[in-house]
Each structure stands twice: as structure tokens, then as C-alpha cells.
Design a protein around this ligand. Structure first.
Ligand code: C2E
Ligand code: MG
Ligand code: MG
Ligand code: MG
Length: 288
């Protein structure tokens, strides 16, 4: 599965032994106090407009600095938080923190927050979002919530109603990792999303695989017809960016434009990141 391949800079479970029940219990115990001990924080990764490279928003990505084990990937601890129900508390923290930090950005950029499907099992979710907006003063229009299609798969009509409540608050809803898992076009009819995020697994292949091109073209065509945005995730090369732009992707995100970074490292204004500039910098580095 695509997500499992995303290693990032984090320590991951290196062996079956580490992934054992015992290790999971250790992580669970440590995770319980992690918010109070201020070990959890958010990094932000730029999302740029495909047309001109202007940064329009940032995705908030959760980071855990474990006091003895070092950084632990969300791919490893979010599932444990989901199993134990800790995700409700952690999710509330992420919403508060993302809104608080984004409300200070002079750039006026929006912030995208990932929601776990488990958070949809709590009727408190809409109230948590409303409270994060109220406490921070962030306009609802600058908050985007990323959900995966499993939210719709769980698909009680309940989840659809909850999504409707969130939308009522004035926030935008993005469908994350589209094309993986049990993607179904019918999800796109079930709820009016504001954005589809094309999974990194297709972006990785976009220059080499006709199949990947076909999938991306279908998604962007559909999005255009529906009048919604498409963000390509995991863009790493200028070549990929060119292909994605040609296929009609409206937004790009990936290491090519910037890695996730702490709020303190974000530029003051709205940066414009164009591949030509990136290539020039690379060439200068190589020749210099
Ligand atoms: P996601 O929402 O699909 O986030 C994108 C992931 O791709 C992030 O990994 C990001 O660092 C990584 N990425 C971005 N650009 C590139 C690139 O060019 N190349 C590669 N190889 N990777 C790239 P990260 O930060 O490790 O997060 C992994 C997943 O953990 C996220 O996938 C999301 O599902 C989950 N997650 C992260 N933060 C939160 C959170 O606050 N709440 C919840 N519920 N889940 C979260
Ligand atoms: Mg996401
Ligand atoms: Mg994603
Ligand atoms: Mg993804």
C-alpha cells in the first residue's frame, strides 16, 4: 500500500519484533501523556497553485518527538491512537494548534488538517472544529479538512450528516489519497467535496506509466466537470510537475516545493515557488 512506503525522516518499526504487541503497548503508554508533555507538534508543508507556483496553503502534519526514541512517524502512532481512542484528544489538539498557528500567518494562507475516520465516530467533531475556529479567530474559509474515503465507506448516513455539519461551518472538505484503497467514483456523488488529492503512488509514476497518466487524467477531468480543485501529492521532480500541470492538476504539493517544516520556519508572505527557480538553484549548487 502506498502509505506504508512513505518513510520520511522518521524512525519506523524496523522489525516484526518492534511492531509486536509489547512495543505497541509501550507506544500507547507514552502517547497518553504526549500532549501534556508537549511532545506533539505540527509541521506544515506548502501547497502551491499549479498555474504560477504561488503558495496558497499548508498541510498540517503531526509530529511526535519521543523523549528517548526520537521522532516517531504518524504512520506508526496514528493507528495506535485510533485503536485506543486517543485520536479524539489528539485530533482536538491538532485542530486547535493548526487554527491557532494559521491565524497568525500574515500570508493569509489556508491550513489543511487531516481527520481520522475514527474521529467521525464522535458526535463532538463538529463542535471541536467550531471551537478551534472560535478560539483562534481563524476564518472558517481558511480551514480545510482532509478525509479519506474510508469515512464514506463506514458510510453510515451518519458520516454524511456529519460532513454536512462541517461544511455548514464554512470549512472546505478535501478527499485525501484518492485512487488508493476502495476508491469509488460514487463517493464523489455522495458528497460535494471541494478538492480531490491525487495519491502519491500515481504522481510517482506519472512520467513513466500510461496507466498513471490515464488515472490522473480521469480524476482531473472529473474534477473540472464538478468545478473542484485537484492537488497532486508527493511531487518530487520538475518533470512530474510538468506532466501534472499538462494533465490539468490545479495544485501541487511535495518535496519539490518544500518539506513539512515547523511554523517558525514558514516564510512571512506568500512565496512563489517555480520549478525554473528550483532547477537554477540545483544547477548553481552542482556547478558551485
Ligand atoms: P497524508 O495526509 O497523505 O500526508 C502526506 C504525507 O506525504 C506526509 O507524510 C508528507 O510528509 C509526505 N510527503 C509529502 N510530500 C512528499 C514527497 O514529495 N515525497 C514523499 N515521499 N513523501 C511526501 P507524514 O507527515 O509522514 O504523514 C503520513 C500520514 O499520517 C498522512 O498522510 C496522514 O494520513 C497521517 N497524518 C499526519 N498528520 C496527521 C494528523 O494530524 N491527523 C491524522 N488523523 N493523521 C495524520
Ligand atoms: Mg493529508
Ligand atoms: Mg494525502
Ligand atoms: Mg497520500
Amino acid at each position: 500500500e502506498a502509505k506504508r512506503n512513505g518513510r520520511g525522516r522518521h524512525a519506523r518499526f524496523h522489525s516484526a519484533l518492534e511492531a509486536s504487541a509489547r512495543y505497541r503497548r509501550l507506544i500507547e503508554t507514552d502517547l497518553r501523556g504526549a500532549i501534556a508533555r508537549r511532545e506533539l507538534g505540527l509541521h506544515y508543508q506548502p501547497i502551491v497553485r499549479a498555474e504560477d507556483g504561488e503558495t496558497i496553503g499548508y498541510e498540517a502534519l503531526l509530529r511526535w518527538r519521543h523523549p528517548t526514541r526520537g521522532p516517531i512517524s504518524p504512520l506508526d502512532f496514528v493507528p495506535i491512537a485510533e485503536e485506543t481512542g486517543l485520536i479524539h484528544e489528539i485530533g482536538a489538539f491538532v485542530l486547535q494548534e493548526a487554527c491557532r498557528e494559521a491565524s497568525r500567518w500574515a500570508s493569509g494562507c489556508s491550513v489543511a488538517v487531516n481527520l481520522s475516520p475514527v474521529q467521525f465516530r464522535s458526535t463532538a467533531l463538529a463542535a471541536q472544529v467550531a471551537s478551534a475556529l472560535a478560539a483562534s479567530g481563524l476564518p472558517a474559509g481558511r480551514l480545510e479538512l482532509e478525509i479519506t474515503e474510508s469515512v464514506l465507506l463506514d458510510a453510515s448516513t451518519n458520516n454524511l450528516a456529519l460532513l454536512g455539519q462541517l461544511k455548514q461551518l464554512g470549512v472546505r472538505i478535501a478527499l485525501d489519497d484518492f485512487g488508493t484503497g476502495y476508491s469509488s467514483l460514487s463517493y464523489l456523488c455522495a458528497f460535494r467535496f471541494d478538492k480531490i488529492k491525487i495519491d502519491r503512488s500515481f504522481v510517482r509514476e506519472i512520467c513513466d506509466s500510461r496507466e498513471a497518466v490515464a488515472v490522473v487524467r480521469a480524476i482531473t477531468g472529473l474534477s473540472r466537470s464538478l468545478g473542484i480543485a485537484t492537488t497532486a501529492e508527493g511531487v518530487e521532480t520538475p518533470e512530474q510537475a510538468a506532466c501534472l500541470r499538462r494533465e490539468g492538476c490545479t495544485q501541487l504539493q511535495g518535496y519539490l516545493y518544500g518539506k513539512p517544516m515547523p511554523a517558525s520556519a514558514l516564510p512571512e508572505g506568500r512565496e512563489t515557488i517555480v520549478e525554473a527557480a528550483i532547477m537554477a538553484t540545483n544547477e548553481a549548487l552542482l556547478s558551485g
